[in-house]
Design a protein around this ligand. Structure first.
Ligand SMILES: *Cc1c(COP(=O)(O)O)cnc(C)c1O
Length: 379
C-alpha cells in the first residue's frame, strides 16, 4: 500500500525546483575547483589579488570606474550611503516593495526610510511620486532595479539633480541589466550589488560590491569596509569589517564569464513564459519597458488567488517563490514609522497577489511549458 502510494506521488511529481544552483555549477565545476584550490594555496584569504582583480573586472563590466568588494549586498548599500554622507536626521526615499535589506541599510545609517509607491505596470519606483516625498531632510534616493528590470533612471536622476539628492542604485537583482543600452551600475553616485548564491551572479557564500564613478565616494567606501583605515593603523572614519573574501572573488571571476549567456537564457525563458501564459487573462505577466533589457532575476506573475495556486503547484512538484509577501512599511521592524495599511496601495496589492515562477538559466524549455500548462489547468 505504502509503496504504491509513493510511486503514484513520484509519477505526478514534476520535480521543477524554483531555483537550481547545483545544475548551474555542474558544467563549470572543474573551473570553479581550480579557482578555489589556487586561492586556498595562495593563503591570501581576505582582500588580496583575487579581490582586486575581480573589483576591476566587475566594475568595468558595469561601465563604472571603481569597484569596492564588501561582505554582502546589504553592507554595500549601508557603506555606499555612508560614503555619500548620509546619516542621522537624513531622509532617504525608496520603495516598500523590495527586499527588506534596502530599508535596513538606510536605518543602519540613522537616516529614515521614506517609502513611495511603485508603478503599477513595472512594479518599480514611480518617479511621479518623488515630489510628494520630498522634504528639507531628504538627502538621497535608492531606486531598486527589482526582479532585474532597470528603473526609469533618467526621470529619477533629473529629479535628484534638481533637488541636490544623491542616487544610490540597488542593483542587487540586476547584474548585467541594461537601460538604454547601458548596464546598470554607472547611473547614480554609486550602485550596490549582492553576490548571494541565488542572485544572477552569485558566490558560494555572502558577498557584495559597490561600484561608482566618483573617486571620493570610492575612497571613502574603501576605508569604511576596512575599519575606516586610510593606511595601516591610521583610522579616519569609524568604519566596519566588511570585506569580500578572496575565495568568493575567485569563484565570482569564473562565473562572471558566463553571466551574459545566463542572462540571455533568462530572457528567453521569460519570453517563453509570457507567450505561453498570454491567453490566461486571470494571470498578469511582467511588463517590460521598451528601453530596457531586464536581467530577469525573477519572473513574477500576479494572480488573485495566489496562495491556492502556490499550494497546488507545490503538490505537483513545482517550486515557486514570494517576492515579497509583506511590504516593508507593514513589517513590525518598521512599525516605528507608523505607516498604516492602505498607504501604498499598489505595493500592497502586488504583495497580496505575486507569485515567482521557477527561473534559472538551466531551466529547460519543456519544464517552463509544463509550469504554464499546470497554471492554465489550475486558474
Ligand atoms: C539580495 C538583495 C539585497 C541584499 O543582499 P545581501 O547580499 O543578501 O545582503 C538587497 N536588495 C535587494 C533588492 C536584494 O535582492
Amino acid at each position: 500500500m505504502q509503496v504504491g502510494n509513493l510511486n503514484m506521488r513520484l509519477e505526478t511529481n514534476l520535480n521543477i525546483p524554483f531555483y537550481d544552483i547545483k545544475s548551474s555549477h555542474d558544467p563549470i565545476q572543474e573551473e570553479l575547483n581550480e579557482a578555489i584550490q589556487s586561492t586556498f594555496e595562495s593563503t591570501q584569504y581576505i582582500l588580496g589579488p583575487q579581490v582586486e582583480i575581480f573589483e576591476d573586472e566587475f566594475s568595468k563590466y558595469c561601465g563604472a570606474k571603481n569597484g569596492i568588494g564588501v561582505a554582502s549586498g546589504t553592507d554595500a548599500l549601508h557603506i555606499a550611503l555612508r560614503a555619500c554622507g548620509i546619516g542621522e536626521g537624513d531622509e532617504v526615499i525608496t520603495v516598500s516593495h523590495t527586499f527588506i535589506a534596502t530599508a535596513l541599510a538606510i536605518s543602519w545609517t540613522g537616516a529614515k526610510p521614506v517609502f513611495i509607491d511603485v508603478d503599477p505596470r513595472t512594479y518599480n519606483l514611480n518617479p511621479l511620486l518623488l515630489k510628494n516625498a520630498l522634504s528639507k531632510r531628504t538627502k538621497a534616493i535608492i531606486p531598486v532595479h527589482l526582479y532585474g528590470q532597470p528603473v526609469d533612471i533618467d526621470s529619477i536622476l533629473k529629479f535628484a539633480k534638481k533637488n541636490g539628492l544623491k542616487v544610490i542604485e540597488d542593483a542587487c537583482q540586476a547584474h548585467g541589466a541594461r537601460y538604454k543600452q547601458k548596464r546598470v551600475g554607472s547611473f547614480g553616485d554609486a550602485a550596490c550589488f549582492s553576490f548571494y548564491p541565488s542572485k544572477n551572479l552569485g558566490g558560494i557564500g555572502d558577498g557584495g560590491m559597490i561600484v561608482t564613478n566618483n573617486d571620493e565616494v570610492a575612497a571613502r567606501a574603501r576605508r569604511l569596509r576596512n575599519y575606516g583605515q586610510s593606511s595601516k593603523y591610521k583610522h579616519d572614519d569609524p568604519g566596519y569589517n566588511s570585506r569580500l573574501d578572496s575565495i568568493q572573488a575567485a569563484v565570482l571571476r569564473v562565473k562572471l564569464r558566463y553571466l551574459d549567456d545566463w542572462n540571455e537564457r533568462r530572457r528567453k525563458i521569460a519570453h517563453l513564459y509570457t507567450e505561453a501564459l498570454r491567453d490566461i487573462k486571470k494571470v498578469t505577466t511582467p511588463f517590460i519597458n521598451e528601453n530596457v533589457e531586464s536581467a530577469f532575476h525573477l519572473y513574477v506573475v500576479l494572480y488573485s488567488q495566489r496562495d491556492k495556486l502556490i499550494t497546488s503547484l507545490s503538490q505537483m512538484g513545482i517550486g515557486t517563490g514570494l517576492h515579497y509577501p509583506i511590504p516593508i512599511h507593514l513589517q513590525r521592524a518598521f512599525s516605528y514609522l507608523e505607516i498604516s495599511k492602505g498607504a501604498l496601495p499598489v505595493s500592497e496589492s502586488i504583495a497580496d497577489t505575486c507569485v515567482s515562477l521557477p527561473m534559472s538559466p538551466q531551466l529547460k524549455d519543456e519544464d517552463c511549458l509544463k509550469v504554464c500548462e499546470a497554471i492554465s489547468n489550475l486558474v
